[in-house]
Design a protein around this ligand. Sequence first.
Ligand SMILES: Cc1cc2nc3c(=O)[nH]c(=O)nc-3n(C[C@H](O)[C@H](O)[C@H](O)COP(=O)(O)OP(=O)(O)OC[C@H]3O[C@@H](n4cnc5c(N)ncnc54)[C@H](O)[C@@H]3O)c2cc1C
Length: 416
Amino acid sequence: MKKTDVLVIGAGPSGTIAAAIIKKAGYDVKIVEKLNFPRFVIGESLLPRCMEALEEAGFMEAVKGQGFQEKFGAKFVRDNKDVCDFNFSEKHSGTYDWTWQVPRADFDKTLSDECEKMGIEVKYDTEVIDVNIKEDESSVTTVKYLDGSTEDIEARFIVDGSGFGRVIPRLFGLEKESNLPTRETLFTHYVDKNRDTVAQEPNRITIYVYNANTWVWCIPFSNGNTSLGFVGFPEFFSTLTGTPEEKMKFLINSQDELRERFGDCDMVFEPRVLKGWSATTEKFYGNGFVLTGNVTEFLDPMFSSGVTLASVSAQNAAHLVIKKLQGETIDWETDYMQPCMQGVNVFRTFVMGWYDGDLHTIFFSKNQNPEMRKQICSVLAGYVWDDSNPFVKNHTKQVRTLANFLRQTQPSLLPA
Ligand SMILES: Cc1cc2nc3c(=O)[nH]c(=O)nc-3n(C[C@H](O)[C@H](O)[C@H](O)COP(=O)(O)OP(=O)(O)OC[C@H]3O[C@@H](n4cnc5c(N)ncnc54)[C@H](O)[C@@H]3O)c2cc1C
């Protein structure tokens, strides 16, 4: 039977970052990945906080070498006239004030190639189908290859970074319903030939408000393509007719700014649909394993928090796995689950605040408090563990109070 110190399930950002940090501490690590890379995955706009994880994993130079689109901020646009543009350099705290926008197939392949260069075995086309944890917390994981044959791998510890595959939660019955309602997206990549002429800066994500419950992401890449996706309730999409391409064209043409930019552009692939992505798990750890990234909890694409939460959870998990392998006793609840939940909960407040309108009120207010802007900017940059930031420490209260204050005291300053 094959043996390793740590078996990592999934070669996405959370799996590769955890694997690299553990490998650098001198342990034998193997990654098993269900698909062959490069593979498409959605989640293309990063946040500055994930750069610290990429750095610790030793991936920075390789990623820089790919020439991905640099991202310096996030812009929110309503009715083509209300614009709220956050530049990460104005943020309250945190190290990085830039990051990248990446076609994930290339980005994830870069990270997994770096793992291989570090001596980590990355086995593609290898699907985990069973995990058995023994009394001493070591485990036997059964993987299945493309030809249908299976093999067992013995490990001292498992990191489950299987994303929407949710391997261990599914096998161990740990899945829990999210408190967010089901939403859907229709998205594609466009050949963005009008990018320069219609003066859209490529160096930030732009979020367009389409209607009260529907929004659009616009994420330009350095290869000249731009990712565009509509997000809303399934009922909204069910009113549209035709092929995915026809639905996308209809949506683009129904909004002036999008029509001007993308109306005559080619799509790189037929628009795809995803829905019901919000998911969570009872516990992010257990005897012999830790969950990282999307397997822990995934909220919503609004605010692009996914890869950052995945990267930071992987970083934290890796530190604890190293201590565990060194024989220390780990308080997973305090040292892992709670920090993970803090990050998730700050973003949950922002996601809910966007959908209930509080953040529309705050972002599109014409009278913004400069200090609070900086604090909000830090959250948008992914620095959601800094308790010196009131929008982190008391996130729910701050967002609600500020929105109410603006509504009550300055109605004339708010856009109609
Ligand atoms: C519509 C939408 C838009 C999004 N936009 C953004 C965005 O702009 N920015 C952002 O940061 N995030 C975004 N996200 C979230 C982002 O996609 C994820 O948070 C991120 O990919 C999580 O990384 P991960 O490493 O946890 O998982 P993944 O990147 O999903 O990697 C998991 C890997 O595990 C493999 N795997 C699965 N099952 C098995 C198995 N049984 N055996 C072996 N391997 C397995 C998979 O093949 C996959 O390669 C978006 C999500 C959605 C749904």
